[in-house]
Design a protein around this ligand. Structure first.
Ligand SMILES: [Zn+2]
Length: 436
């Protein structure tokens, strides 16, 4: 009997689906099913580099598959990559046969041993006085090429801090040798040893190819990592479930995948991404941003913490970095005639625009905003606290979220994107000279 009943129910659902009734796909029951799984204790708080987060990744991949998205990587929805943390053992060398002080050598490498001379094909460059040491250094490290960088001694105070660049490196084949020196040598020799440990990470990404504008991308994203397991509270709970931060946004991404895959009328290609490692440095979105040419990304909807009522109540949310593009205006236009309202981020002092994965793509010019409802205004009664008292708290659990309102927000995001996905509207780009 039970089976029969289920089969009948499924058939009815399917016919409604073809009727394009958004409530049949995005509703509180479905939102709760996904949200409850992601924020369950079984996922151990989804800390980056933990087994719990891998479970979450497999669950998200399974949902993308069920939705019928195309995998990002062969048959897999997992966009895997590695980070390397090289631990310094030793370094030595000379410039024109004059020995160098080990304090004046910083080698950024993923190789356990390097031993180079002026004959090794390393390009020799100078990092002059007045230049931004860390920006320039970052550019050399990310270039994919081998460099000997002679750093002007005016940078001597900050030079040792270049070792910070080694805390987490994207695994790469190139090495960059920084030497603090008054002169540029004609001959040199440098040796360095590191203990190399590699750690694997993965984003979960699914693709819905566009009907006509295949090379124009619209991204829906959220981060699925959180804080993991830490010291227990008085009640003995030690798992940071991150139900709102950001199982909620990730749930939205999965719901939207189901919705658009079912609708199948997208002119532009839609990419659904669940990012790893947002809480520990944004590595997931950084890796992701290098896999798709930013100029082809027409819009990014990053979704963070939408499980609670916004300061304006239900049926509303805010958009970070609102004034930086006209994307917010387009979304509002698409929502005309509905109950739902978007507002510009009211907490600009909190720098929320820079505090999530949208910033990585915004820095490349992509109209990339975060949509949220979290009450992030500072709580004047407690240091370093926000009105959202569950933010980065052990009690950020599913019981504190409103499934019905969440479903409304996800539906609104879907509808607000209509003209962008149809290729009718293209948001203005972020001015990269105005982004830090
Ligand atoms: Zn978050």
């Amino acid at each position: 009997m039970k089976k029969m009943f289920l089969a009948g129910l499924l058939a009815t659902t399917t016919s409604f689906v073809f009727g394009q009734n958004i409530d049949k796909i995005i509703n509180a029951t479905e939102v709760e099913r996904i949200e409850r799984t992601l924020s369950s204790d079984e996922m151990q708080g989804r800390r980056t580099f933990s087994p719990g987060i891998d479970k979450a990744a497999l669950f998200i991949a399974e949902e993308f598959k069920k939705a019928g998205l195309q995998p990002v990587n062969g048959k897999s929805y997992l966009q895997e990559f590695a980070m390397v943390a090289p631990k310094f053992i030793s370094a030595s060398g000379n410039f024109d046969n004059n020995p160098l002080d080990v304090k004046n050598i910083v080698v950024v490498t993923c190789q356990p041993t390097i031993s180079i001379t002026d004959k090794s094909g390393y390009e020799k460059v100078t990092l002059a006085a007045g230049k931004n040491l860390f920006t320039e250094a970052q550019n050399y490290i990310r270039s994919g090429k081998n460099y000997l960088v002679v750093v002007d001694t005016s940078h001597s105070k900050n030079f040792p801090r270049l070792t910070g660049m080694k805390r987490q490196l994207f695994k790469a084949d190139n090495s960059v040798v920084f030497v603090l020196s008054l002169t540029t040598p004609s001959t040199f020799a440098i040796e360095a040893k590191h203990e190399i440990t590699e750690q694997k990470l993965m984003n979960v990404v699914g693709i819905l190819p566009g009907k006509k504008l295949k090379d124009e991308y619209v991204i829906f994203s959220g981060h699925y990592d959180h804080l993991g397991i830490r010291k227990p509270n008085e009640a003995g709970d030690s798992i940071y479930n991150g139900a709102n931060d950001d199982a909620a946004g990730t749930t939205a991404v999965m719901m939207l995948a189901h919705y658009f895959a079912n609708k199948k009328d997208n002119e532009r290609t839609v990419i659904f991404a669940a990012f790893t490692a947002e809480e520990v440095g944004g590595y997931g979105s950084q890796y992701f941003s290098r896999q798709f040419p930013p100029e082809k990304v027409m819009a990014m909807f990053n979704i963070e913490m939408i499980g609670t009522e916004s300061k304006w109540g239900t049926n509303s949310a805010y958009i970070t970095g609102y004034e930086r593009t006209d994307m917010g205006k387009i979304l509002e236009k698409n929502l005309e005639g509905t109950q739902f309202k978007f507002y510009p981020d009211p907490y600009t002092k909190q720098n929320l625009f820079y505090r999530s994965d949208n910033a990585t793509l915004a820095r490349l010019g992509v109209p990339a905003h975060t949509i949220s409802t979290s009450r992030m205004e500072a709580d004047s009664t407690a240091f370093n606290k926000t009105i959202d008292k569950y933010y980065h708290n052990l009690d950020d659990e599913i019981e504190t979220l409103d499934m019905k309102n969440m479903a409304e927000i996800i539906k609104a995001i879907a509808i607000s994107s209509t003209s962008i996905i149809a290729g009718k509207d293209t948001p203005s780009r972020v001015d990269t000279t105005q982004v830090r």
